[in-house]
Design a protein around this ligand. Structure first.
Ligand code: SF4
Length: 427
């Protein structure tokens, strides 16, 4: 049997699709090659914005047109939040919510019975409790280790706690086993992922920092990156450990969302901006060359021009490397909908452009500051005559293609910007 996959949304979704494909192979469903007709379509959806839901519907329709005889299984956040809406999309056979996503390999068997009705497997948020860790290859050099799922924070703009259920994890021992398996497959670098990973340990009475300590000991893994961690959960103890560890890279991704305390309060974020500033200062004190990416939402309900300007000034005062800027997108069933006034789309775009422009300049300055310095690059596979890799502090580096370097770490000196200005040339 042949399967086509389509994944929308975050890196965690992509990792989960990779895991689903592994499960489906075990029951005889193999990924269709280019041009092959599929027997099964699997769409792993996102619901972070209305546009993401729309895209999910469009993808299902498009794939069904391309593979008219294929059965269709839809999972992911859109399936958990609006199972009936997904079930009513023409051609959908099975809808799998959060609790049943990884039952896909056993549930597709019922598709052979020519069952005409759409089957919806949905469990309400408070009862979603299934979790198992896994480590899967994103590319040949970078693996993604899922350590946690769900979230109990309920930020007022976010549907993720509804879509993915409550915060949960497996034990440190089981999680570390997955990293060891990846090491045995040849993995060199692992990205630690989840929905609210700093909350790791809630279901097992353990702590994220202790997971970090144990992962650092796994033979064969040379690099870990922490995908994204809430500022209030990024403790000084974690920062201190990363600064001294064998394998944890000087690379952080921390969601700020707004640099104005009034807006942070409206968002129900669990910190004030001073806490955030302290974390950035602490990282830079211990790891001066660290790359720090920061998420920001602009045009949140109630964000006046003064709030935005205050937030922008705060961002300018921080030693951060790059911003990931998201114009606020209203989501059904979230508390933010009752916050007024709403910001017009044109104004959201203006604010987004200001922050994007700032981000580009900061990234350029950061990369420029690294020219002429020595670095260790883990080289990735590419299919052109140029290969790319990343330094410990997440600078993308280019070099002439050399297959023998793939999945190895070499010492280089960072040269000038490459033609696309997005990476530095290795010398
Ligand atoms: S911490 Fe807030 S933004 Fe992040 S997943 Fe949880 S509710 Fe959503």
């Amino acid at each position: 049997m042949k399967v086509v996959y389509h994944t929308l949304g975050c890196k965690l979704n992509f990792a989960e699709t990779s895991r689903l494909s592994f499960d489906l192979e075990s029951v005889g469903y193999f990924a269709a090659k280019e041009g092959e007709t599929a027997d099964l379509i699997v769409v792993n959806t996102c619901a972070v914005t209305q546009a993401a839901e729309r895209k999910g519907r469009a993808v299902i329709n498009q794939l069904k047109r391309q593979h008219p005889d294929a059965k269709v299984v839809v999972t992911g956040c859109y399936s958990q939040i609006k199972p009936d809406e997904v079930g009513h999309i023409e051609g959908v056979d099975i809808v799998l919510g959060a609790q049943h996503k990884f039952d896909m390999a056993s549930l597709v068997k019922m598709l052979n019975e020519n069952e005409p009705d759409t089957k919806i497997f949905h469990t309400e948020r408070s009862k979603v409790d299934v979790f198992f860790p896994f480590c899967t290859a994103g590319c040949r050099t970078r693996y993604l280790l899922k350590v946690q799922d769900g979230c109990d924070y309920f930020c007022t703009y976010c549907t993720v706690p509804i879509a993915r259920g409550k915060s949960r994890n497996a034990s440190i021992a089981l999680t570390v086993e997955e990293a060891k398996k990846a090491a045995a497959e040849g993995a060199k670098e692992i990205v630690i992922s989840g929905v609210n990973i700093g909350d790791f340990g809630k279901s097992t009475g353990e702590r994220f920092v202790d997971l970090v300590r144990e992962l650092d000991k796994v033979d064969g893994i040379e690099r870990y990156r922490i995908s994204s961690i809430e500022p209030n959960l990024l403790t000084d103890e974690i920062i201190d450990f990363c600064a001294n560890s064998r394998t944890f890279m000087p690379h952080f991704h921390i969601p700020l969302q707004s640099g104005n305390d009034d807006i942070l309060a409206l968002m129900h974020r669990r910190y004030k901006r001073d806490v955030f500033a302290h974390k950035i200062a602490e990282i830079k004190k211990r790891m001066p060359n660290a790359f720090i990416g920061v998420d920001v939402i602009v045009g949140f309900n109630g964000e006046t021009e003064e709030h935005f300007n205050d937030s922008f000034e705060f961002l300018q005062s921080l030693d951060v490397t790059r911003l990931h800027v998201f114009p606020y997108s209203p989501r059904p069933n979230t508390a933010a909908l009752s916050i007024k006034p709403y910001v017009q789309n044109g104004e959201k775009k203006r604010r987004t452009d200001i922050l994007m422009d700032f981000s580009e300049k900061r990234l350029h300055e950061f990369m420029k500051s690294q020219i002429g310095t020595p670095a260790k690059v883990l080289w990735e596979d590419t299919d052109t005559n140029v290969m790319h890799g990343f330094t410990e502090n997440y600078i993308r580096v280019s070099a002439p293609y050399d297959a023998s370097k793939i999945n190895t770490i070499t010492d280089v000196v960072l040269g000038d910007f490459d033609d696309d200005n997005e990476c530095l040339k290795a010398k």
